[in-house]
Design a protein around this ligand. Sequence first.
Ligand code: HEM
Length: 411
Amino acid sequence: MTSVALLGQILDHANRADPYPLYAELRGTPVVRDESGPYLVSTYWEIRSLLHDPRVSSDVRNLAPEARTVPSTDDPELPPSFIRIDPPDHDRVRRLIMRTYGPPHTPRRVYDLRGEIGGIVSALIDGFQGRDRIDLVKDFSYPFPVTVICRLLGVPQEDEQRFHGWADTVATAIEPPVGTPEDQQAHWRAVREARRQLATYLSGLIDQRRRAPRDDMISALTMDRGADESPMSLPEMLSNLTLLLIAGHETTVNLITNGMLTLLRHPDALKQLREDPDLIFPLVEELLRFEPPVQLLPERTTLDDIEIAGTTIPKGASLWLVPASGNRDPQRFPEPDRFIPDRPDNQHFGFGSGIHNCIGSPLARLEAQTALTELVRRLDNPRLVEDPPPYRRNAVLRGPQHLSIAYDGLR
Ligand code: HEM
């Protein structure tokens, strides 16, 4: 069978600003083995089919150690979080978390946060007063989602700064390591230490909420006495609360930053949004298709031989799905490389698909809708200072490291 040498190029930081031509090349062979070992799947219908196939496992323990290409960042003392396990355990933990979060499409907890999210956005933008240039990442996108997660979980405001610190360090674990071996060792030590401190902090908070519950997600998790299934153990809670933090942080940072970058590159769309704020709803969906924060779903594995698009993927293979490529597949989306803010029929893979689809999507949508509408409304004549901006190293969670925006004043 044919193979390609594209994964290395996709992971190469030099291609981070524009990986889309590589994805187009990849779609020439929808399912193909990369020279480095994994099978790459890049077309819409094939990705969809595999995301819904029970023979595809998200549990890396099913992958032979020699087939692994991504170093584990999980805490060896905690069980894997539910994004990395299969049914039936996945479904049990997911159900327990969803019960504390509210009904799937309009979770009460997210709905109740509307006002607070608006307040956090306004306060961050007020902080730009007296300046003519901001780094959107540092001044807005980075602090925003972690503050929201704190409110969702019920982290007291006086602890938020400490929580931000751990969250920042833990989030760097998903970046590929750089520097000398000594630098890398120091980096992993710092990540492990932040994870340990975060787990200790969360254990204390869980214990407090168990004794004196409030109306927040941690209290709801500790009190859940589901009649039909065993409650979550403390290690399970720690592992899955850390997942909520990681899964909801960098992704939202990147959606907002990619969103402003795309709007500033498409001034007509920006003007349209300023005139018609309701455009934000389809526009955020189009962003999730056009510049999705999660570009790749690495290291799934096949529990059996799977025949797809004329290729047999053997049992035990490492599978890398490329949802950002599926989102640009001309077999699914007309004019896929055009940003069309009110694109109809937009079933993108921005939040995945199948049993692991994102449980945070209602919150992420609300955050991005609120942030982008307000940034566009309040920044007078915003412009990019540098295009393309510098990108973070990560190829899986892709987004700018900094986004310098100049403007004439605040409205
Ligand atoms: C799963 C994207 C925000 C929690 C996923 C998946 C994607 C995704 C693509 C599927 C992963 C897979 O199939 O392995 C995003 C994006 C976000 C975002 C683009 C922001 C723009 C959030 C937020 C939270 C969250 C705010 C939490 C509050 C999760 C969890 C899973 C998940 C827990 C795993 C679900 C499961 O395994 O059943 N997300 N996410 N995400 N996301 Fe999000």
